[in-house]
Ligand binder design. Sequence first.
Ligand code: P6P
Length: 340
Amino acid sequence: MYNTVDTLNEFIIERQADFPYAKGELSRLLTHIALAAKVVNREVNQAGLVDILGTTGDINVQGETVQKLDDFANTKFAIALKGSSECCGIATEESQDIIKFDTDMAKDGKYIICIDPLDGSSNIDVNVSIGTIFSIYRRISPRGHVAQLQDFLQEGTKQVAAGYIIYGSSTMLVYTTGRGVNGFTLAPSIGEFCLSHRDIQIPLNGSIISANEGYYKQFSAGVRRYLDYCKDIDEETNRPYSSRYIGSLVADFHRNLLKGGIYMYPPTEKFKTGKLRLIYEANPMAMLVEQAGGMAVDHDGGRIMDLVPNDLHQRVPLYIGSRNMVEKLNDFIEEEEEQK
Ligand code: P6P
């Protein structure tokens, strides 16, 4: 008797029943995202072999050099989302303004998507895992017309779905529609994402800290004290913790989601409001981590998903991961504030 394999498509259909009023639009959208992920995955895996490495010479809205694979991923996801006819527009890291889809079917689309097509792309040339991050909202502008900016400036609590694809030793798609987090591993032999991590829960405690400690001296006193606390020797609380940081949010987040840990990007001299972008990095990761039992806050200890965006590319400080670790960091930051 062979083991039945839950493919992503089967899982999406099964779970659609959870949403009695769902008519399949979100399911179709997720299916198109998975298709684009397979196309991007093929190129990422061959990046060292075909002329897709290196840069296009363009500079994106972040002032970062656009790697060819960035461009490729951005185009493939935009084509797939436009073709789904369920999405009326996207906000992407690679474009200053929203991209409004103008076909009649797309204009009638119920959803908008915020996407970082290839996060961590500076790691492409050194073969470190990179990822795609996406966040799905219901539009608030009237259907039958092009998307409007306010569709994209909703707080994270309004997300209907969020997820990422990690292009690593294996390629995985991890997503939530607000009923838990599930992970699917791409089986190249059959070209299907298969359920491999059902109902992911992040450990309440962890012993991994992920931060660029090259900026340690630029961090606030509270953050520095937390990092020092993590390095104290205390067997009872399993310290010192391990430091794991590979400069690719999706890869660092994914490891901490499965094993427990905290990812931190505090304010620095260069990024005084943090480096991570709210609508297509922090919010989707915050929805995932909360659905998995974790926590995501900014430097004031406020819930990331409560922040009301005022700009498509707004940056925020991000502390995200195991609940007890995020709360402990928050205590150190609050203590610092009280001493001011
Ligand atoms: P730094 C990649 O550019 C990214 O947005 C995240 O994926 C990653 O965690 C972070 O920036 C790395 O930033 O300043 O440590 O190189």
